[in-house]
Unconditional design. Structure first.
Length: 108
């Protein structure tokens, strides 16, 4: 995540199987890697008893963030996918902080 040549493209959401949601990353060389979001959910606080378990994707209540791979915004809809949307923001923040700590890149 700290490599400046790697960027998060977005979340590929699977409507029927939320545990198959993928975070898609791309390297500047053109290669890409997909990571199951469930493999990174440990970075987030555990869901509370009042957290949503219903997926709104595909319903009238869905705001459509998960339908667009490049949409990296948080979703505040009461949807179980909102947790993976929070994961996007966390990954971005972790990378930004790591890059700030390491300072500007040196000469090549």
């Amino acid at each position: 995540m700290v490599d400046p040549a790697v960027r998060l493209l977005g979340l590929q959401s699977e409507i029927a199987y939320p545990d198959l949601n993928l975070l898609i990353f791309e390297h500047s060389c053109g290669s890409s890697i997909s990571i199951l979001s469930r493999r990174l959910r440990y970075l987030l606080p555990e869901p509370g008893p009042g957290d949503p378990t219903v997926r709104l994707m595909g319903t009238d209540h869905c705001r459509g963030h998960c339908r667009r791979l490049g949409d990296l915004e948080q979703c505040d809809a009461p949807c179980s996918n909102a947790r993976d949307r929070k994961l996007i923001l966390l990954v971005q923040r972790m990378k930004r902080e790591a890059l700030e700590e390491s300072g500007p890149p040196g000469p090549a």
